[in-house]
Design a protein around this ligand. Structure first.
Ligand code: PLP
Length: 334
């Protein structure tokens, strides 16, 4: 079966033609090692993010910068705090590296209470917007957390920021304990290319580079460096796609609400929703039978939800048509 893939938050849009050409042209030079410093890519990215090249570490997907940061800043005696409901890789990396986790529950409405992180005196990682809830903190709220934990590193994972969040990148100039991570996987159609960035003051980037050069100096391959630089040149194309996704998201949320769903307020490219009429697991399985993949988490507090990646208008129409049919079959909608 050809599935409609709404389960891993990829972009439904292809890379821009210039990105494809850049990657293809670079294929001819795959016999040569790539630039370990990613000089050209860092220069373009510095302009994009409004920072200096010395504030940037390009990585093999932003998962890699998380791994580098956990290695650089945490250990058995330096625990890491994060929300009970967040990106699944945080506890995986923490356990793998024997880093004690301090799990902080989200509020009843699934938002983060910034007060829980003020003056915590622990390393902290927060996805903003959070996943899988899609709910966002303001940059001012994040700033308070960063300011009140001056002797610890605060990592802000901005994988979804381009869909409606407020970036904390400008704060790196004022706080030497802030690491912001971004990825080209979601908003810039490069999930398969594997490109992310660590963005921080020069000293933090230097520490992270020490890890990188001990683990994997050629971490961003030639084709991806070229594709990433070309994607930055074509930023307008990607930002337009983000606007389309945000519009499709809001329309889909409204349609789900009209079918009785509770939909959390999302600033990302996915929706987190639960129905009073069907369990999360049953909805996930019924959609799968009909060729639509969404994500279901067998996890306390959120087991009745599904996470739906926002795709094209056509994909969303197909999703809604199938949900309507599933509820109709069960007699929940006339
Ligand atoms: C997708 C995602 C990432 C990592 O994506 P990469 O493809 O490794 O860049 C990081 N954090 C969150 C919250 C994500 O959803």
């Amino acid at each position: 079966m050809q599935y409609v893939k709404l389960n891993t938050n990829e972009s439904p849009f292809p890379p821009s033609p210039a990105v494809i050409r850049a990657a293809e042209a670079e294929a001819e030079r795959l016999n040569l090692y790539c630039d370990p410093e990613c000089t050209e890519l860092r220069q373009r990215a510095a302009a994009l993010f409004g920072v200096g090249p010395e504030n940037l570490l390009p990585v093999n997907g932003s998962d890699e910068i998380l791994y580098f940061a956990f290695l650089a800043f945490c250990d058995e005696n330096m625990p890491l705090a994060f929300p009970d409901i967040s990106y699944g890789f945080y506890p995986v990396y923490a356990d793998f590296l024997h880093i004690p986790s301090v799990i902080i529950p989200l509020r009843e409405d699934f938002s983060i209470d910034p007060a829980d992180y003020i003056g915590l005196h622990k390393n902290i990682i927060i996805a903003n917007p959070n996943a899988p809830t899609g709910i966002s903190l303001s940059a001012a709220q994040v700033e308070e957390i960063v300011r009140s934990n001056p002797d610890n590193v605060v990592i802000i994972d901005e994988a979804y920021v381009d869909f409606g969040g407020e970036s904390c990148v400008p704060l790196i100039h004022r706080y030497d304990n802030l690491l912001v991570t971004q990825t080209f996987s979601k908003s810039r159609s490069l999930a398969g290319g594997r490109l992310g960035f660590g963005i921080a003051c020069e000293a933090l980037i230097r520490d992270l580079n020490a890890v990188k050069y001990s683990v994997n100096p050629y971490n961003v391959n030639r084709m991806t460096q070229a594709a990433g630089a070309a994607a930055i040149d074509d930023n307008a194309y990607y930002m337009e796609n983000c606007v389309t996704i945000a519009k499709n998201r809001d329309d889909t949320a409204e349609a789900l609400r009209s079918m009785g769903f509770r939909v959390l307020p999302s600033c990302s490219n996915f929706l987190f929703a639960e129905s009073p009429d069907i369990t999360g697991e049953d909805l996930y399985l019924s959609l799968k039978k009909r060729g639509v993949l969404v994500r279901h988490f067998r996890k306390e507090r959120i087991e009745n939800f599904v996470r739906i990646t926002v795709g094209t208008r056509e994909q969303m129409d197909l999703l809604l048509k199938n949900i309507r049919a599933i509820l109709h079959e069960r007699g929940d909608i006339k």
